[in-house]
Design a protein around this ligand. Sequence first.
Ligand code: DUC
Ligand code: ZN
Ligand code: ZN
Length: 490
Amino acid sequence: MPEFDLVIRGGTVVTAADTVRCDVGVRDGRVAALAENLSDGKRVIDAGGLLVMPGGIDSHCHIDQLSSSGAYTADNWESGTRSGLAGGTTMLMPFAAQFRGQSLRQAVEDYHQLADGNALSDYAFHLIISDPTEAVLGQELPALIKDGYTSFKIYLTYDSLKLNDRETLAVMETARREGALTMVHAENHDVIAYLTDKLLAAGHVRPEFHRVAHADIAESEATARAIALSEVIDVPMLLVHVSAREAIEAIRRARGRGLRVYGETCPQYLFLTEDDLLQSGWEGAKCMCSPPPRDKANQEFVWNGLTDGTFQVFSSDHAAYRFDSPKGKFVGGFDDATASFKKVANGVPGLEIRLPMLFSEGVRTGRLSLNRFVELAATNAAKMYGVYPKKGTIAVGSDADIALWDPELTRTVSIDMLHDNMDYTPYEGRQVTGWPVEVLVRGETVFRDDDVIAPAGNGRFVPCEPPQMAKPLGRPIHGFSPTTGVFSGW
Ligand code: DUC
Ligand code: ZN
Ligand code: ZN
């Protein structure tokens, strides 16, 4: 009887810590051994010439979700997880979103109805809190955190989602008490609304003016404010989809002062610029997201944030709205006379290209080591959200979620080759070198030769632990801890 169900033989195993030539033995869906010359398994994969890396974790993506604009995501759990697998991503962490007036528990139950039985790969949920009532913060959220929903996103902008500073403080206080991680969409709502009104009044309706309305300063002000609020509460916090140079610098400054302020960025801030909004007709809407891509020089600051550790997490923020659909980018239909950037749904697709493009432009150019690539692809997200080391690494005992990469394979991105449910990709025509060629979830091959072969329902829900990284520093403001009420003197 072979010792292993599967042996991956002769590849180069890359984790966040090491790059080692060895075999991987898999038993009962988990990594059972890492060594040279393992005995044969029931099945053997020849990984000669390939990189053997942890399957990616996309910890910020929007799947089967109604957006605040009324648009509906093109990808449901089946197509979203399919697209992830083809891009080397074996776990998704989208959002169970609360609408104002709705119970948070109900939002979670509704989201399970959509995911359970349909996902091809494993998944966890973040929450979106838009209505932080006493019942939500006092009962529902603490109970959900205990049940494995240990991170949530709040918004400082969007009419139907935004929290004011007082609400943000109350939510962060709950996060601190219960050990959860707060994720913040940081843009100044009033600045955006003011600029939008002025732009539209002056007839500036086209997609490129979205970028003007969502000014860099709107992002950097809200980022600095979110950091200040988290310092009042003395709680760690993650800024999501960080784009502007000044926002990156604000995070770097906060970390320089020892605060546990974390940052996430996304492919659109490395691979798109404001010029992509300038395309003819309304094509620019294909690259509209919030915060928007900025200028070419800004891309270098985003790269620096990835290389110097200012960013811990690299996610797609896949918010895929079809270009040609009444529920898509131009939700409700397109009327040339009244069209404006304000009516276009925000978001770009990126689930499948997230890792290949990061590999191609990050690892192959020498900006990122292979180990840093793995950190950004999987390991840091697993640690940030409390699923490590079950997920996010290749170690004895970890789930055998593994992507075999051919670092030399070059392909040209086109919408036809992607496995999502979209009708465009902003990256059409880009040459990308380095692609996963075989992907495993819990030791079973789910993607090979460009075919996703996992059945719907293959994916399992993974409850998250309270993240270690969310532990407070213990630094009261001027000796007063607002969360305990204790004053320890001047
Ligand atoms: N902005 C968001 O806040 N979420 C989804 C997509 C986007 O552009
Ligand atoms: Zn957001
Ligand atoms: Zn998002």
